[in-house]
Design a protein around this ligand. Structure first.
Ligand SMILES: [Zn+2]
Length: 308
């Protein structure tokens, strides 16, 4: 099966983090900067890392190049794992310093000042560039919590693109009061906002795809939506989004782990890890097979993407 229209590519991306970086666990650590001390009490808590090789295998079998968004503190602790991604020819991009969200969508308030965000993002980028031995030009916001002021800081740091904006009916993880002014194709945002700007600038936004059912727009980029709702929804959303322009698919190594997720801390979302392991590995493979003739990494297209 090939999605249409074939002239638009699907960027395959992998967010390299572990279960303890996600909102279910990270919000319970009592610290907003560093999860490592709390994890010291859990022997061998990593569930994503052991499955990174399986992810590289899924891509290698299909001769696909992808973008790996790494949490910098995770990469610092497991540098050989990042280097395996580099050796396999994939792009390395930035998924924050510790994966703590920079922005609270409930209050619409930032968790960091712009200066703090810029410093932390610069530190994260330097860690990843030193480990990878190459430039890092891409950013994805932890939990996809994104704001216009963050894009300005990322551009000042020299990032060339961001891929965090999700236009859908189920949540708004941004500081825009409503997402009606936010584009759903790759676009240049206006300064200080996520809305489309009139002029070209040094940073491109690659929004996430959605599946539209009547008036309802359902996120279909992957991640938890692939785990909960399956590959048919994701493929249907990718198909619709490709009519608008280049789009993206993403997943996490931890999505395919077979072992139970250790949850020694308070547990707020009991269904979060119901679906994972081989079932999800099969779903990822099905999506990859559905898009295999038209996949790229972000750095394959960021300099040449056509902005409509
Ligand atoms: Zn993440």
């Amino acid at each position: 099966m090939t999605l249409s229209p074939p002239e638009n590519p699907v960027v395959v991306s992998v967010d390299v983090e572990d279960w303890y970086h996600g909102p279910t666990a990270a919000a319970c650590f009592g610290t907003r900067h560093d999860v490592a001390p709390a994890l010291a009490s859990v022997p061998q808590p990593e569930r994503g890392l052991p499955y990174l090789e399986a992810v590289l295998g899924l891509l290698a079998e299909r001769q696909m190049r992808a973008t790996f968004f790494w949490v910098a503190e995770y990469a610092r602790r497991f540098p050989d794992a990042l280097r395996r991604c580099v050796a396999a020819g994939h792009e390395i991009a930035c998924h924050g310093l510790t994966h703590f969200p920079k922005f609270n969508p409930a209050t619409k308030q930032p968790n960091f000042t712009p200066a703090e965000f810029k410093a932390r993002s610069g530190d994260a980028r330097k860690i990843l560039e030193d480990l990878a031995g190459r430039r890092v030009i891409g950013y994805r916001a932890p939990n996809a919590y994104i704001a216009g002021w963050m894009l300005d800081a990322l551009e000042e740091l020299g990032f060339a693109y961001d891929s965090s904006v999700s236009v859908n009916s189920l949540y708004n993880k941004t500081d825009e009061p409503q997402l009606t002014g936010v584009d759903t194709r790759p676009y240049f945002p206006a300064r200080g906002t996520l809305r489309r700007g009139a002029e070209r600038r040094g940073l491109i936004e690659f929004p996430w795809p959605y599946f539209q059912l009547g008036g309802l727009k359902i996120q279909s980029a992957g991640g938890p939506y692939l785990r909960f709702f399956g590959s048919s929804l994701v493929l249907a959303g990718l198909r619709q989004s490709l009519r608008r322009g280049p789009t993206i698919f993403y997943f996490h190594p931890v999505d395919i782990c077979r072992e139970p997720i250790p949850l020694p801390f308070s547990w707020k979302r009991p269904m979060m890890w119901w679906f994972k392991g081989d079932l999800v590995r099969h779903r990822i493979a099905r999506v990859l097979d559905g898009i295999r003739r038209q996949t790229v990494a972000f750095d394959d297209i960021v300099g040449s993407v056509k902005i409509l």
